[in-house]
Write a protein that binds this ligand. Structure first.
Ligand code: AKG
Ligand code: FE2
Length: 311
């Protein structure tokens, strides 16, 4: 059966049930695909036999870099000070190995129907205590939804440690962008890209009434979330606990990659990303149906000059 929707990730497609058999999935991958399709997330054991040793090396390497947290004192408040390191893969080979794990890339490639590549890592020693949000306002693609997050538990995480939470099924709710909330985004400045959408997400939660679930993870378990799944960090009830985790964000080949919070799609004003893949270090230019896009919506230098000269 040919796929009439190559611009929709296989796992998010309305034809998923019919396409599933042709996706070349093992029984375990089929379970993951079905969970992701139906609930917007899937839990799996991180596919790396070295994961425990890697995680311990990462903690030892990163701990001194979170200024203000005294990890040696079990009674100290761990939630003060620096709480996240972005792109530690640049200096930590284990963070990089997790982000670029080939088995994970293979699974994601099968699920989405395009080759996956990791482009950003975040390492947290404690809970993020973030309100429910989708990653889509930060990272979207054209065609849309070719983006996902993989969250890895770097220790056992209980209910008091501010576990990750999510709203099962919310990946099927309307996607919020500037057009839907009636805001102009291009050229705007924001302390947080999520802030303008918070009210909308709260309204959707109320309207759909979905129940929040927590990921009480074992060390070495991972959770894949779909681009439009609402998720966040619960309040960290016990501030003396750590909640070590790594998030890797992935995009897929042959898309335009941009930040919706700072874009007005209808006007062609896209806040494009200039990405490199963490796995091979090579650029992933913005592409649309096989064509490399320089800067859609951005006037060329010649045009700008002409405009200035002609008033
Ligand atoms: O770890 C968490 O609490 C949430 C992290 C998150 O939302 C993200 O990295 O996209
Ligand atoms: Fe997120």
């Amino acid at each position: 059966m040919t796929n009439p929707f190559p611009g929709i990730p296989l796992v998010e497609s309305p034809l998923f049930a019919a396409q599933r058999a042709a996706m070349g999935l093992t029984p375990e991958e089929e379970r993951i695909a079905t969970d992701l399709h139906e609930k917007g997330y899937a839990v799996l054991d991180f596919p790396d036999p070295e994961i425990d040793a890697r995680v311990e090396r990462i903690k030892a390497n990163l701990a001194p870099r979170y200024a203000g947290i005294d990890f040696a004192d079990p009674q100290s408040d761990k939630t003060i000070g620096e709480r996240r390191i972005q792109d530690a893969w640049k200096f930590d080979d284990d963070v990089r190995a997790i982000a670029a794990n080939q088995a994970m890339l293979d699974i994601l490639g099968k699920l989405y129907g395009r080759r996956a590549f990791p482009f950003q890592t975040l390492n947290f020693p404690v809970g993020t205590q973030q309100e429910a949000h989708t990653d889509m306002v930060h990272f979207s693609s054209l065609p849309e939804r070719f983006m996902c997050g993989v969250w890895l538990a770097m220790e056992d995480i209980g209910a008091d440690a501010g576990p990750l939470f999510y709203l099962p099924g919310s990946h099927r709710w309307p996607m919020l962008n500037n057009a839907t909330i009636g805001r102009r985004g291009h050229g705007s400045t924001l302390a947080s890209a999520q802030e303008p959408f918070a009210e909308g997400w709260r309204a959707l939660r109320e309207a759909y009434g979905a129940t929040e679930e927590q990921f009480l993870a074992r060390k070495g378990q991972a959770l894949i979330w779909a681009a439009n799944l609402l998720h966040g960090g619960t309040r960290q009830i016990d501030a003396t606990l750590t909640r070590w985790s790594q998030v890797t964000h992935y995009y897929f080949d042959d898309c335009i990659y941009y930040t919706p919070a700072f874009s007005d799609e209808a006007l062609g004003r896209l806040d494009l990303r200039n990405l490199r893949s963490i796995s091979d270090g090579l650029p992933r230019p913005n592409r649309y149906l096989g064509e490399t896009i320089a800067r859609p919506g951005k006037p060329s230098f010649a045009k700008k000059l002409a405009r200035r000269l002609l008033g």
